[in-house]
Design a protein around this ligand. Structure first.
Ligand SMILES: Cc1cc2nc3c(=O)[nH]c(=O)nc-3n(C[C@H](O)[C@H](O)[C@H](O)COP(=O)(O)O)c2cc1C
Length: 169
């Protein structure tokens, strides 16, 4: 699939089939994350692959909506902010790195016919406990992963004119 088609084809999948994911597809998605660029190539992140179905009650605490429980997999992107690059104003780019890693994986999943939904609205203390995160490791983003059981919805986006400023804001 051409990249221009892929970005239109990806959408937030909120219903999943229970079919298992082929190990080579899962590996390709993780590889896409590994190949993502990070600021100064610090690679200050780690990935947790979890199966919500193993402990539905715990995952319901992690995220209140049902979608996570329906997906066969959940991938959590964690950062190590102390190892991440900072700019001259001390802005830490760990979260930006995490978003790029996630986007690589989500688009790779879409190319392989898999569905994802990015999740930021999870409970961080629950994530720290559930995934036994050591000090200095921060859960930043997650996405559910599985074969879609719903349909592509129309994309609602601002116009390019309202987003792009020529030469100055
Ligand atoms: C950083 C980020 C956080 C998000 N967090 C959630 C979330 O917690 N729960 C959810 O259902 N969707 C979440 N989404 C999905 C967005 O709502 C969705 O991408 C947006 O409405 C556009 O729809 P589309 O993905 O189908 O194109 C998140 C998306 C992004 C980029």
């Amino acid at each position: 699939m051409a990249f221009s088609e892929l970005i239109l084809h990806r959408y937030s999948v909120r219903a999943y089939r229970s079919d298992p994911i082929e190990p080579e597809k899962l590996n390709a998605i993780l590889e896409a994350g590994r190949m993502a660029p990070t600021a100064c190539n610090r690679q200050a992140f780690g990935l947790i692959i979890a199966r919500p179905g193993v402990d539905p009650e715990a995952f319901q605490q992690l995220y209140h909506r049902e979608l996570m429980l329906l997906a066969p997999y959940l991938i959590c992107i964690c950062t190590l902010p102390e190892q991440a690059w900072k700019n001259i104003e001390s802005k830490n780019y760990a979260d930006v790195d995490a978003a790029i890693v996630l986007d690589h994986m989500v688009l790779q999943a879409a190319e392989l016919g898999l569905g994802t939904c990015i999740i930021a609205d999870f409970n961080p203390p629950v994530a720290r406990e559930l995934f036994e995160l050591p000090k200095g490791v921060e859960p930043v983003l997650m996405f559910s992963l599985g074969y879609p059981a719903d349909q592509l919805k129309p994309k609602i986006r601002k116009s390019l004119d309202s987003l792009v400023h020529k030469d100055r804001w």
